[in-house]
Structure formats: C-alpha cells, structure tokens
Design a protein around this ligand. Structure first.
Ligand SMILES: [Zn+2]
Length: 76
C-alpha cells in the first residue's frame, strides 16, 4: 500500500464557499455588508405551470450595479 494522502478526492464535502471580493458584473470591490444592498423578495415556487409566492427571501445586491450577488441567509 502506498500513502493514503492522495486518496481524499472522493470525499470532498466542501460547500461552494468562495470569498467574493468583487462584483462579477461591474468589478466593484466588495468588502463586506457595506458594499452590498439587501432586498427582500418573495420566494417563488413553480408548481405545474403556476407560480406561487411563499414566504420571503433576502437577496444581496451589488451597491454599484444592483446585480444580484446571492441570497441572504436568515438567522433562525
Ligand atoms: Zn456590480
């Protein structure tokens, strides 16, 4: 048996967490909440051709170009 150090590749359970340092749309520097704008939108569910609004979601927008950068996680 050789070393097991190279056999971890199948066990990656990392979530896609990448530091967002700039807006992918306009390139504005993102340094934290101060660079973002939050917006509340209804959470939509599509069910056999109809769209239902259920609950609310918070989105993070770029303060510069207002591109949607992600979903704001709610604390429980
Ligand atoms: Zn932007």
């Amino acid at each position: 048996m050789s070393s097991e150090e190279h056999e971890h590749e199948g066990e990656h359970e990392h979530e896609d967490e990448e530091a967002l340092t700039e807006c992918p749309e306009c390139g504005a520097e993102i340094t934290g909440e101060e660079s973002l704008e939050s917006k509340t939108v209804p959470e939509l569910r599509v069910d056999s051709g109809s769209v239902y609004a259920k609950g609310k979601n918070d989105l993070w927008l770029c303060k510069g170009c207002r591109a949607t950068l992600g979903v704001k996680l709610r604390e429980r």
